[in-house]
Design a protein around this ligand. Structure first.
Ligand SMILES: *[C@@H]1O[C@H](CO)[C@@H](O)[C@H](O)[C@H]1NC(C)=O
Ligand SMILES: *[C@@H]1O[C@H](CO)[C@@H](O)[C@H](O)[C@H]1NC(C)=O
Ligand SMILES: *[C@@H]1O[C@H](CO)[C@@H](O)[C@H](O)[C@H]1NC(C)=O
Length: 489
């Protein structure tokens, strides 16, 4: 096969490409505000290009071309009727391919490709004087210097990206025919009669197949969900907010990215702080950079808050003495006097939507809580005091598989007494007890969920590889390579 591979001259390729680069008018893009954006780098585009070419070649092959026939005058023989049938391209070899970003379109070119075809030939000739002479056999055709170029535009329409084939062309430089059997004149005759026709048959078959493939790709895009469920109550709005932006060998896509309640409409209304994130995944180069605005996390917290899910009963804690009035004997003597040696539990509820801010170090969260202290007196739950807390937490995000997860830690908190049936409580004396409760009783509940995280909106069929994560002002940035799932499994 090695001898089949030839390099096409770059001049031909660029001439070819320039034919495809049709000018498109600039249009104004209104940015409605996306809270998750993804930049696909040159490396990422090459990855997707190779993936698409692999998919395309394996879905194209075998490609059957229409039969061709022709009559031709052959010296010394006369008028011969010739026909080619069962013309099938059964393999394609791709030497090199390119993907480029234009102003508004993506350009993909394959150059110096080869294709092997098999076919049957037959001819017949004769006249009223002579009996008809006919023969048939097989031939193989090697197509060389196959250039394919296509321009695709990506346009957001109603939250979905449409893949539009703007232009597609293919060109065959050379073919050579190897005839099995037949008369000595046949090779030359077949070549002369059919060279142009075989070339154009290959060109139009490839072009037709590509436009079918792009239609298929578009329907895959059309079927992408506008929201993906994250849990029983929350979904992520994955609507595209604008057309992909092409620049400098990269493509940036932006989705809404906010969490919404799975049932009913959302009431989220965030102020978009502008999209200039200084973050980039340039060193070392990764295929994709996903940026999540802090509002993504705030919206998630808000959905859970609105769904009334942010409350917990703490009735198990490593420090057992906290859940027995005897453990409070020295801190609140009155509690022990009224309910000696009784069991206790703590009811913690979040009282306002958590405020989340991403800084250069971590994801900071300020959470308002009410903690009700309950005594369990002979199967009766008796609330004895309520303390309100403002806790300051730090979350360190991490990538778990294709999920964005994290662990939160307590930085500090402020406590104040809301009401009490056991006398005035000195909040100062409470500090270390509270800290133990928050760290070992409360945060583990939250971290049990955060450790699993939520799925990053990735194109289906792909998984993250060698992902890195960091925080910058207002944004969490994930830089990663991608792998196709079907290939890694
Ligand atoms: C999802 O995001 C799109 C684009 O920002 C917006 O138009 C749409 O209303 C959102 N859907 C919900 C359910 O919030
Ligand atoms: C509370 O602690 C005391 C002293 O250790 C113990 O006798 C009592 O059984 C405990 N109460 C409960 C409900 O565990
Ligand atoms: C939370 O704690 C961190 C670290 O102690 C501090 O830098 C930050 O300013 C605090 N945030 C709030 C809102 O108090």
């Amino acid at each position: 096969m090695g001898c089949f591979i030839k390099f096409s001259s770059p001049a031909i390729l660029f001439m070819f490409l320039s034919l495809l680069l049709i000018p498109t008018s600039a249009h104004v893009q209104v940015n409605e505000g996306g809270y998750i954006s993804a930049v696909i780098s040159k490396k990422g585009l090459d990855f997707f290009k190779n993936y698409l070419i692999n998919q395309a070649t394996s879905s194209i092959i075998p490609l059957e071309l229409p039969d061709i026939e022709k009559s031709k005058k052959i010296p010394l023989i006369g008028k011969v009727h010739m026909a080619l049938s069962n013309i099938i391209i059964y393999s394609v070899g791709i030497d090199s391919s390119y993907v480029e970003t234009g102003d508004t379109d993506l350009l993909l070119a394959v150059s110096g490709a080869t294709a092997d075809c098999g076919m049957n030939w037959e001819y017949s000739y004769g006249s009223w004087l002579l009996p008809t002479i006919s023969d048939s056999g097989a031939a193989t055709v090697l197509v060389e210097g196959l250039e394919v170029g296509l321009t695709v535009s990506l346009k957001e329409q109603g939250g979905i990206v449409k893949v539009i084939l703007v232009d597609c062309g293919s060109h065959v430089r050379d073919i050579s025919i190897k005839v099995d059997g037949g008369a000595s004149w046949l090779y030359q005759a077949l070549f002369e009669a059919f060279e142009g026709k075989i070339k154009s048959a290959v060109e139009s078959a490839v072009t037709k197949k590509i436009s079918e493939l792009i239609t298929k790709l578009d329907s895959i895009f059309q079927s992408l969900p506008k929201q993906i469920p994250v849990s029983d109550i929350a979904s992520m709005n994955t609507s595209f907010v604008r057309s992909p932006v092409l620049s400098d060998s990269s493509v940036e896509v932006e989705i809404n990215g906010l969490f919404t309640a799975s049932s009913g409409t959302s009431m989220l209304n965030y102020y978009h702080k502008g999209f200039e994130s200084s973050a980039s995944c340039s060193s070392p180069a990764k295929m994709i950079g996903i940026q999540l605005n802090e509002n993504v996390f705030s919206s998630g917290a808000l959905v859970y808050f609105n769904a009334n899910r942010l409350h917990w009963i703490i009735d198990d804690i490593p420090e057992k003495s906290v859940l027995n009035t005897s453990g409070w004997r020295h801190i609140i003597p009155q509690l022990y006097t009224q309910y000696p040696n009784d069991g206790m539990n703590l009811y913690i509820s979040v009282t306002s939507p958590p405020k989340i801010h991403v800084s250069e170090h971590d994801i900071g969260g300020t959470i308002d809580l009410d903690m009700t202290i309950n005594v369990l007196d002979s199967s009766e739950v008796i609330p004895v005091a309520c303390i309100s807390l403002v806790i300051n937490t730090s979350c360190f995000p991490e990538i778990k598989g294709d999920n964005l997860a994290g662990v939160i830690r307590l930085n500090d908190f402020k406590a104040s007494l809301t009401w009490s049936r056991i006398g005035n409580l000195n909040m100062h004396i409470f500090q270390s007890m509270m800290s133990t409760i928050l760290k070992t009783g409360f945060l583990p509940y939250i971290n049990a969920h955060l450790r699993r995280g939520f799925p990053l909106p990735l194109p289906s069929g792909f998984t993250l590889e060698n992902a890195e994560i960091f925080c910058t002002n207002s944004w969490v940035v994930v830089c990663s390579d991608l792998a196709a799932l079907s290939l890694t499994k």
